[in-house]
Design a protein around this ligand. Structure first.
Ligand code: APR
Ligand code: PHB
Length: 389
C-alpha cells in the first residue's frame, strides 16, 4: 500500500488527524490494533476545549456534539462544606463543551467511514522503518499476512503503550514522569447529575468529582488507593463515600441509583521529548499523559493534531517545511503548560498519603485565595478553557 501519511492508532488523535487531512485532500491510512467496538467501549473524560470543538467543526463532524453536548460557562470547586464558582464565560469569554470522548471518537469513526477513509483494524506487529530517511515505511500483520505501507510521513497516535514512541532511539529520547500515589474510582449512573455544572471537591477524606454525560447520565469519581479493587466497592459504599466528600447541601440533593460502570484509573504525568524523529511525529497519549483533574488529556492531544495538521497542510499545499521542522518544539511548549495545570490542579485537590496537616492548610489557603482573587480565578479559567494554540 501507499499513502501520504501513515497514521498508527485509531483513537481520537489518529482519527481526527486523518479526517482533517482528508478535508485538505491529503491521503492517509489509519492502523488500529483493536476493533472499532473495543475502541468505542473505552470511557474517558468529557470536557472539550473550544479549540477541539472548532477542529471537530472543521473536520465536518460537529453536528451531534452541537445537538447533544452541553456548553458550560463555569465550574464549581468545593472544600469541606464551602463551595464557589469559577465563571469561565465572564473571566475568559469562552465556555467549555461537556461531551464524552467516546462520542467524539464515535463521530470521527462515522465521518471517516462516510468519506471512504481507510482504517485497518486488528493489525498486529506494527513496525516503523527508516523514519530518518526520505522513504519511511510501516509493516504489520493482518489476518496472518505481512503487509507494508510506503508513505511520506508517519503520525504516531498509538497512545501510551504504542510502538511509535519506542521507535525514537533511547539515545535521543528523554522521558519525564510523575506517578501519583492514588487512583480514581470512576462510575456511571443513570441518574440526573447532582449539579448543572461540574463540582471538583477537596475534602479531608480525599478528592471527588461530580460530572455528567447528559440529563440522565451522571459520571462521578472519588480518589482511592490504587490497590483497591472496584469489585470491592459496593454501589452503596461508593455513594456513601461520595456524599461525605461533597458539601452537605449538595449531598442532600444527590440522586443515587445502580452503578452501570465502575473502574479504577491510575494518575500519571508523563512527557516524552522530542515529539518528532525524522519523518515520525508523535501525537496525544503516545507522547504525553496528564492526570485527569482538569480533563486535559484529549484536549492536549487535540493541540498536537492541530500543529501537525497545519504543518502537513503547509507542506503539501505550498512546499513549506517550517511547520514540520518546528512541530516538536511548538507542540511541547503547549504540552508542558497543560502538564503544569493538571499537576497543579491535582496537587490542590487530592489528599496525599504523606501529607501533613500543614500541607492540607496550604491547600485550603490556596483554595481561599482562588475563591477571593480575580487574578487567580482568571489564571485558572484561562487554563481550564484551554490556552491558545
Ligand atoms: N498498533 C496500532 N494501534 C495501536 C498500537 C499499535 N502498536 N498501540 C496502540 N494502538 C492504538 C490503541 O488501541 C488505541 O486505540 O492506538 C490508539 C490510541 O488511542 P488513545 O490511547 O485513546 O490515545 P489518543 O488517540 O492519543 O487519545 C488521547 O485523551 O483523554 C485522553 O487518555 C485519553 O485516550 C485519550 C487521549
Ligand atoms: C469526566 O466527565 O469524565 C471528567 C470531567 C472532568 C475531569 C475529568 C473527567 O476533570
Amino acid at each position: 500500500m501507499k499513502t501520504q501519511v501513515a497514521i498508527i492508532g485509531g483513537g481520537p488523535s489518529g482519527l481526527l488527524l486523518s479526517q482533517l487531512l482528508y478535508t485538505q485532500g491529503i491521503d492517509s491510512i489509519v492502523l488500529e490494533r483493536k476493533t472499532k467496538d473495543y475502541v468505542l467501549g473505552r470511557i474517558r473524560a468529557g470536557v472539550l476545549e473550544q479549540g477541539l470543538v472548532q477542529m471537530m467543526e472543521e473536520a465536518g463532524c460537529a453536528d451531534r456534539m452541537k445537538a447533544e453536548g452541553f456548553p458550560h460557562d463555569g465550574t464549581e470547586i468545593s472544600y469541606g462544606d464551602e463551595i464557589f464558582r469559577i465563571d469561565f464565560a465572564e473571566l475568559t469569554g469562552t465556555p467549555v463543551m461537556v461531551y464524552g470522548q467516546t462520542e467524539v471518537t464515535r463521530d470521527l469513526y462515522e465521518a471517516r467511514e462516510k468519506s471512504g477513509g481507510q482504517i485497518e483494524c486488528n493489525v498486529e506487529d506494527v513496525v516503523i522503518h527508516d523514519a530518518k530517511s526520505d522513504a519511511p515505511f510501516v509493516t504489520f500483520t493482518q489476518d496472518g499476512q505481512e503487509r507494508r505501507i510506503d508513505c511520506d510521513y508517519i503520525a504516531g497516535c498509538d497512545g501510551f503503550h504504542g510502538v511509535s514512541r519506542k521507535t525514537i532511539p533511547e539515545t535521543v529520547r528523554k522521558e519525564y514522569e510523575k506517578v501519583y500515589p492514588f487512583g480514581w474510582l470512576g462510575v456511571l449512573s443513570e441518574t440526573p447529575p447532582v449539579n448543572h455544572e461540574l463540582i471538583y471537591a477537596n475534602s479531608d477524606r480525599g478528592f471527588a468529582l461530580c460530572s455528567m454525560r447528559n440529563e440522565n447520565l451522571s459520571r462521578y469519581y472519588i480518589q482511592c488507593p490504587i490497590s483497591d479493587d472496584p469489585n470491592n466497592w459496593s454501589d452503596e459504599a461508593f455513594w456513601e463515600e461520595l456524599k461525605r466528600r461533597i458539601p452537605s447541601d449538595v449531598a442532600a440533593k444527590l440522586v443515587t441509583g445502580p452503578l452501570i460502570e465502575k473502574s479504577i484509573a491510575p494518575l500519571r504525568s508523563f512527557v516524552c521529548e522530542p515529539m518528532q524523529y525524522g519523518r515520525l511525529f508523535l501525537c496525544g497519549d503516545a507522547a504525553h499523559i496528564v492526570p485527569p483533574t482538569g480533563a486535559k488529556g484529549l484536549n492536549t492531544a487535540a493541540s498536537d493534531v492541530y500543529y501537525l495538521y497545519h504543518a502537513l497542510t503547509a507542506f503539501y499545499k505550498s512546499g513549506s517545511s517550517d511547520g514540520i521542522e518546528g512541530y516538536s518544539a511548538k507542540a511541547l511548549a503547549r504540552v508542558w503548560k497543560a502538564e503544569r495545570f493538571s499537576w497543579w490542579f491535582s496537587s490542590l485537590m487530592h489528599q496525599y498519603p504523606d501529607q501533613t496537616v500543614f500541607d492540607h492548610k496550604m491547600q485550603i489557603a490556596e483554595l481561599e485565595f482562588l475563591r477571593s482573587n480575580r487574578a487567580a480565578q482568571k489564571a485558572m479559567a484561562e487554563n481550564y478553557v484551554g490556552l491558545p494554540y
